[in-house]
Design a protein around this ligand. Sequence first.
Ligand code: HEC
Ligand code: HEC
Ligand code: HEC
Ligand code: HEC
Length: 412
Amino acid sequence: MSGLNQSSSELGRPALQRLGLSRPGRALWIAAAVAGAAALLAGCGERPPVEPVQLGYRGTGMETVYNPRMVASLYEAQQLPSVTPAASPEGPRASEVYQNVKVLGNLSVGEFTRVMLAMTAWVAPPDQACSYCHGADMADESKYQYQTARKMLEMTLHTNAQWKSHVGSTGVTCYTCHAGRPVPQYAWYTAPPEQPNGLMATNAMQNRPELSVRLTSLPYDPFTPFLLDKQEIRMAGNTALPTGNRQSIKQTEWTYGLMMHFSNSLGVSCLYCHNSRAFANWEESPPQRTTAWHGIRMVRDLNVNYLLPLTDIQPKNQLGPTGDIAKINCSTCHRGVYKPLFGKGMLKDYPELSGAYPPAPPAPPADGAPVDGVPADAASGDAVPGSPQPGGEPPTTAQAKAPARLAQLPAN
Ligand code: HEC
Ligand code: HEC
Ligand code: HEC
Ligand code: HEC
C-alpha cells in the first residue's frame, strides 16, 4: 500500500529518465505536469501539502493522510457550546412536582430545568425556544416535536448506558447529532428502487455517482441493508473453489460502498481500521475496527428501536421518497471526525443524560447486545464476532418493516 503515499515527484522521476529527456526538456515537461496537476486538483478542493500520519508498524504502510487545512476548518466547526453551571441534585424530584414527566422523573427540579434549557439550545430554532416543543400547558404532549424529544431522551440515555462499548465515557448528548439544528445535518433515507428503462436492465442501484459513496460507482444506498437491516458485511470468500464460499463480487461491492461511508464519515483512510494486506483478518486490524464493529450494531439498534417507531407521528413532508423517517448513520454523530467533537465529550458536564438516573433502565438491545471487551474473533482468526448463524435469529423489526426488495440486495 505504500504506493498510495508515494509523492508524485518520486513516481515521476524514473518515468522522465526513461523518456530520456534532457535537463531543459525535463524542466518544461515538469512545468507542464505541474500546471496540469494544479488544474486537475483545482476541482478537488484539496490542495497539497497533506500530512501522512503513521498508524501501524513501520513498513506496513498503515497511514492516514490528513489535510491540515481541512482539519482546521472541521475543528472550527465543532466548537462546544457553553455549559451552564451544574444544578443541585437536592430537593423534590421532577416527577413529584410536574404532571407528565416520564423519562427524567428522577432528576431534581433544578437538574430537570437545566436539561430543558440545554435541549432548547442544542435542538430548537432560536426564535421558537421552549415553544418549539411546548404549548401553553407544559404538560401537553400533542406536538410531534415533544413526542420525538421524549423518544430522543430515551435514546440518548440508552446509548450512554448500554453502548459504552462504542461511545465509552465520552458519551453523547443531543448536541452530538443536532449541533443546534432541529434535524441533524447528516441523516439518511432509503433510496427509491430504480425504474427499469424500457428493455434495459436496472442499474442494480449502482453506477450513479452519489455522495453517500463519494461519487464512486459502488451501490449508493449501503445504509438500508447494513445499518437498518443486518445483512452480512463481507467480501469474496476465503476459499479458491466455491465450496462453502457464500460471498460474491456483488456483495463485495455493497460492502465497499459501506466502507466508503465509514472512511468519509470519520475523515480517515481504510487503514484506520484495517491492515490492507488482510482486510478481513481481525488479529491484524487496529482496535478501532472493534469499536466500529460495536458502532454498526449500535446504529442498527437506534434506527430500529428509536427512529422507526417515530415514523407515524412525523409530518408527511419530512419523510423520505419511500415514506421512511430520516435515520442515523456514522456521519450523524461523527461529522467527518474520528471521534465526534474531536473526543471532547459533553456527557461529563451533563451527568443527567448518563443513563444512571432513569427509573427503569431501558431493555438491552435485541441485536447482538454489546459484547464486553474484544470480539471473540481476536482469538479465533477470521471468524467474525457475533455474526448471525444462518437461520439462527428471529427477524428484527427492520426486517419486518424494511422494503421487500431488501431481500434481493447484496444476496449471493
Ligand atoms: C426539544 C423539545 C423540548 C424543548 C425545546 C423544551 N422541552 Fe420541556 N419537555 C420536553 C419533553 C419531551 C418533556 C417531558 C420529559 C419527560 O417525560 O421526562 C418536557 C417537560 C417539561 C416540563 C414538565 C411539564 C409537566 O408538568 O409535565 C417543563 C416544566 C418543561 N418541559 C419546561 C421547559 C422549558 C421552560 C423549556 C424552555 C427553556 C423547555 N421545556 C424546552 C421537551 C422539550
Ligand atoms: C444519535 C443521534 C441523535 C441524538 C443523540 C439525538 N437526536 Fe434528535 N434526531 C436525530 C435524527 C436522525 C432525527 C431525524 C428524525 C426525525 O425527523 O424525527 C432527529 C429528530 C429530532 C427531533 C424532530 C425534528 C423534526 O422537526 O423532525 C427532535 C425534536 C429531536 N430530534 C430532539 C432531540 C433531543 C431533545 C435530543 C437529546 C435528548 C436528541 N434529539 C438527540 C438524531 C439524534
Ligand atoms: C471505522 C473503521 C473502518 C474503516 C475506516 C473501514 N472499515 Fe472495512 N470494516 C470495518 C468493520 C468493523 C468491518 C466488519 C463489519 C462486520 O463484521 O459487521 C469491516 C469489513 C470490511 C471488509 C469485509 C471483510 C470480510 O470479512 O469479508 C472489507 C473488504 C473492508 N472492510 C474493506 C474496507 C475498505 C476498502 C475501506 C476503505 C474504503 C474500509 N474497509 C474502511 C471497519 C472499517
Ligand atoms: C451516537 C453517536 C455515534 C454514532 C452514530 C457513531 N459513533 Fe463512532 N463514536 C462515537 C463516540 C462518542 C466515540 C468516542 C468514544 C470514546 O471517546 O471512547 C466514537 C468513536 C468511534 C471510533 C474510535 C475512534 C478512535 O480513534 O478510537 C470509531 C472507529 C468509530 N467511532 C466508528 C464509527 C462507525 C463506523 C460508525 C457507524 C457505523 C459510528 N462510529 C457511529 C459516537 C458515535
